[in-house]
Design a protein around this ligand. Structure first.
Ligand SMILES: Cc1cc2nc3c(=O)[nH]c(=O)nc-3n(C[C@H](O)[C@H](O)[C@H](O)COP(=O)(O)O)c2cc1C
Length: 242
């Protein structure tokens, strides 16, 4: 199975405004063709651009992409992702134009599955993708560190889409009861090496599943110096023990 995702510009109208001309025809042909070819994914229009993600059997995806690339109803096509995938990020072909406001959760799996690609873009590429996917937010999460923070899970993630569901479930259980210190998670070895723990935590954070608070500083132990008891001191002196 493979996935291709691209962004293209819609054609310019007579008044030099980019319009999604022909989109309704594209939607109806895709609605018919894509399920027949076991192709899932989405198409969306925003600010003069299309974003399309298609996933399915290698031959079908490549065949469709060749047709799409040659279609004169769009231009300046930038394929930002083209490669094999273990699992689909979408469970069907979204038959209507994808609405990022109402359906944003659907895109989370895609963003999580392709996080490393999505964050490696230059500024021009980021500006093209930003209207569809909040790359800046992804960047912010990627740079985040969780050392000395307490983490608590606010909502249960979709374990169908993760590669080690049992491990992730155990981690989730740990984070549900009360805020749990990241340092203890990372150093326990129970969930893999510290960088692996960070990766899982980032995925939760990216999906807005985490509450993050500063860890309580470890209280310094105050050693109370015992002062010699004056009374016993006096007795000892009296008895000649001093
Ligand atoms: C932005 C864009 C996206 C498209 N997406 C699809 C698609 O997902 N599925 C599809 O069958 N055709 C899609 N098309 C249309 C194809 O380019 C082609 O016109 C259509 O598949 C009909 O091909 P046929 O004449 O070989 O049957 C898209 C076209 C454009 C411009």
């Amino acid at each position: 199975m493979k996935c291709i995702a691209y962004i293209s510009r819609t054609p310019t109208s007579d008044r030099s405004v980019r319009m999604p001309t022909g989109l309704s025809d594209i939607i109806s042909v895709s609605r018919k063709h894509n399920p027949q070819s076991q192709i899932t994914g989405i198409i969306s229009y925003r600010e003069g651009q299309y974003l399309q993600i298609i996933e399915g059997p290698y031959a079908e995806v490549d065949k469709l992409m060749a047709k799409i690339a040659a279609d004169p109803r769009h231009e300046d096509l930038w394929v930002f992702l083209d490669g094999p995938v273990e699992k689909r990020s979408f469970d069907s072909w979204a038959v209507n134009v994808f609405d990022f406001v109402d359906q944003n959760a659907l895109l989370n799996t895609f963003v999580e599955n392709h996080m490393s690609v999505l964050t490696g873009f230059d500024d021009y590429q980021k500006s093209r993708i930003q209207p569809f996917i909040d790359i800046k937010q992804s960047d912010a999460v990627l740079e985040k560190h969780y050392e000395d923070k307490d983490l608590r899970l606010l909502a249960w993630p979709d374990l169908n889409t993760v590669s080690q569901p049992q491990l992730v479930m155990n981690l989730c259980i740990k984070l549900t009861k009360k805020p749990y210190p990241f340092n203890a998670l990372a150093n326990s070895g129970e969930f893999g090496a510290p960088h692996e723990v960070t990766q899982m935590i980032r995925a939760f954070d990216q999906s807005g599943l985490l509450s993050i608070t500063e860890s309580e500083p470890v209280k310094e132990q105050i050693v109370v110096e015992k002062k010699p008891n004056k009374f016993y001191g006096a007795i000892k002196k009296f008895l000649g023990m001093r």
